[in-house]
Write a protein that binds this ligand. Structure first.
Ligand code: NAD
Length: 333
């Protein structure tokens, strides 16, 4: 599959490198950035032609799929441009920063019948897949509770470094929308449909940003299970992400890439740290899933509906923190 990567920043460089690392499955034919020198730097190492307009890349017949690596609030519009040009799409998390934008993208995805995958690479880590399967097999019994913890440190320089970071319009939020959404997606994948959230959020350790750097929330799930989310970028020096899932016959804890704890009433399977997969390798696995989904005309493991659900939780948390009230999550079909 021939790709154009749009957005030659931090994650665009990773996408380009991953595509180049799959020579039997993928080829990088274009790299696009408003700042063409950034696109050129990536093209020089990973291949493809450097360009400065998404529309020009979309007009190319040798592009089958477009990878959107732009600031978050520009995701849906760029994905729609690519879909309308007949290209399949890989879009970075979050899907966009509003449900209205996300829904516009989902409408065009349905209309065109093309494939859209949304990056949430941690689902592809072995520990996450293992715990998800254990839950599906009933090994943890009735799932009662889960905790998603994303306690990072981001310096003031980080927020000052890019025009869009920490802005409501393009970042859409702070510690939860940008960083915490990874582990929120994992929590939802493990625990099922969320129906209500209640939250607090604040900016405690940074200046000149109009978004939160610390947020805590409680989630109620359709199953009756109760979850807890902590996302912060003000926890110096920062800790690995951590997901805990508890049931009445077993418990599992994932820390960073590893299964840190697993115990069930049936005994523990052999599963050690040697089975872990790095975040980059997981990203590559997600690319392979996307390529194979297009080839086999099946859904990718993480599609727009999953990403919309994570986005709805994030936005529900913000609304609850703002109003001081619980927020119902209704989803969209
Ligand atoms: N999956 C992950 O682990 C992960 C990690 C980091 C970032 N991300 C996501 O990737 C996205 C980009 O983040 P980043 O850190 O790479 O940002 P960045 O600021 O490093 O890069 C964004 C690039 O987009 C370019 N750009 C902006 N508007 C453009 C336009 N209209 N046309 C062409 N180019 C344009 C900028 O010039 C810049 O080079 C964000 O949505 C972020 O949430 C995901």
């Amino acid at each position: 599959m021939r790709f154009a990567v749009v957005g030659a920043g931090v994650i665009g460089e990773v996408h380009a490198r991953l595509i180049a690392s799959l020579p039997d499955e993928a080829e990088l034919v274009a790299v696009v950035d408003l700042d063409q020198s950034r696109a050129a730097a990536i093209a020089a190492t990973s291949g493809g032609e450097a360009m400065n307009e998404l529309e020009k890349a979309c007009a190319r017949e040798d592009v089958d799929a477009v990878s959107i690596c732009l600031p978050s609030g520009a995701h849906a519009a760029a994905a729609i441009t690519a879909l309308r040009a007949g290209k399949h799409v890989v879009v970075e998390k979050p899907l966009d920063v509003t449900l209205a934008a996300a829904d516009r993208l989902i409408d065009v995805e349905r209309e065109t019948g093309l494939t859209v995958a949304v990056i949430s690479q941690r689902r592809f880590q072995h520990a996450s897949a293992f715990v998800h399967q254990a839950i599906a097999d009933g090994k943890l019994g009735r799932i009662t509770a889960g905790i998603a913890e994303s306690a990072f440190w981001r310096s003031q320089e980080y927020y000052d470094s890019g025009g869009w970071r920490g802005t409501r319009a393009l970042d859409g939020g702070g510690a939860l929308m940008n960083q915490g959404i990874h582990v929120v997606d994992l929590l939802l994948w493990m625990m099922g449909e969320p129906v209500e959230v209640q939250a607090y959020a604040d900016r405690l350790a940074h200046e000149r940003i109009d978004v939160e750097d610390t947020v805590a929330a409680t989630v109620r799930f359709r199953s009756g299970a109760i979850g807890s989310i902590l996302a912060t970028t003000s926890a110096y020096p920062g800790r690995p992400v951590r997901l805990s899932v508890y049931g009445d016959r077993g418990s599992a804890v994932i820390e960073h890439e590893d299964l840190a704890y697993f115990h069930t009433a049936d005994g523990d399977p052999a599963f050690g740290p040697s089975d872990s997969l790095s975040v980059d390798d997981a990203h590559r696995e997600q690319y392979l899933d996307f390529i194979h989904a297009v080839r086999d005309a099946r859904r990718p493991l993480i599609g727009t509906q999953d990403a919309r659900r994570a986005l709805e939780v994030v936005l529900g948390v913000y609304e609850s923190a703002r109003t001081g009230r619980p927020v119902q999550l209704t989803g969209r079909e």
